[in-house]
Design a protein around this ligand. Sequence first.
Ligand code: XMP
Length: 519
Amino acid sequence: MSSQLYKQKILILDFGSQYTQLIARRVREAQVYCEIHPFNLALEKIEAYAPKGIILSGGPASIYDADAPMLRREILEMRVPILGICYGMQSITFLLGGQVTRAEDREYGHATIDIQDDTDLFHGLGEQEGRMMVWMSHGDRIEAMPAGFTALAGSRNSPVAAMADPSRRIFGVQFHPEVVHTPDGTRLLKNFLYTICGCEPTWTMASFARRTIRSLRERIQDDRVICGLSGGVDSSVTAVLLHKAIGPQLSCIFVDNGLLRLNEAREVMELFGEHYGMDIHLVDASDHFLACLEGVTDPERKRKIIGREFIAVFEQKAKELGDARYLAQGTLYPDVIESVSFKGPSATIKSHHNVGGLPEQMNLELIEPLRELFKDEGRQVGVELGLPREMVMRQPFPGPGLAVRILGEVTRERLEIVRAADAIVIEEIRNAGLYEKVWQSFAVLLPVRTVGVMGDERTYEHVIAVRVVDSLDAMTADWSRIPYQVMGRISNRVINSVKGVNRVVYDISSKPPATIEWE
Ligand code: XMP
């Protein structure tokens, strides 16, 4: 368990809800530090963490299921304010002798609740005649509250939509204040955090950066650190934090695998090498990667080869640099949660991307300064550290690079085509003011040729697919409804200036069932 650095902390116990991460994000947005841990976290660990308040998440189980995750009674006796959400509320009710029953229908969707008591949790809410719009998603409901509890709100389907035992400072809500469909949910959570738990909004990225730089210095002392730079925001912010902490004891390795975007290697070297004056080592391994990819068309094989070769090249360079004790990585909090969370639905969706295996193979200790942060918080740290906005707001780019955007074999000629088309897509999306609004925008080269006409000549050339998507977390995505004019400009420019392309199409698939990348 991390940070004893922060005084005011909230603990979120995860019962497997798909919304657990959202609870954490809302708490952080209220500028209060919090961590997610499994529902059965050892009591000593909870005590050591010393939370100012505990939030129990929802979950897919029924309290009567044989293998239902059970809340520990001792937690309710810790004299720490508690807020149970949905399943969390049902667990409290069940443990304290109230009655939970299966509702006739599962209640899912918008609902209106009537607020009966706006003393603390609902303070300032329900200005619309005591009503509040909320999002419900539950099967079971509270039939009888435990002794000492009173109802704070009710709805048609859930007579006890919220309850409290003010003397023990235990609260429960049947609905989900953490989702956007509960418009005033954030205010309710802030009431819990500020008024009930007594937290102050002090969790800012400026203070995070200061504290982290200090603690990195203390931990690393005189040792040396190696950091892999990818050009993406996470590794960039990691490197700059370390650079501020230990200066020349940090060496960065940037592997040019030949699958990067236009000018990417040069820009990274200029920013980190020249502007920041870091000790950065460019390894130009393009020929090697291209040779390994020759004749390979299967997407999974491409990914495996690139991952494997990356580790080999990186390791070799690190050895040459010698005697480092630590390896720094830009791991973010969502990856950490995946590995510690209770194995409910919130933990089942796995990311497939990160280059694993490096630290074990290299016998280095890991440093992950961003492991407590969500992506947008990481970006904010970048801003605090003075990284240029284009870098901080950069769209995600897959580790295997343009190789998964060239369907079929990766060749030099095809790389040039997709790279040139990609640069045009990005430029036009930027010019239209859309770059930071959409999740990703890029070009894909298809493994087919189509017939066209140029002057009086028949042509038979490549097709570029343009993919622009909106998303919040890449788990789901929808194709962006960008203006036709922007599509038109992209198409014209690509066909006119990228040699070998005579057709451009726009991808209108959502994820699921499609994915964002084509391979
Ligand atoms: P998919 O294609 O699975 O992609 O919908 C979801 C998000 O992940 C990015 N992506 C990757 N990122 N290494 C990465 O670092 C990878 O191998 C990789 N594959 C996909 C993709 O760009 C999208 O944002």
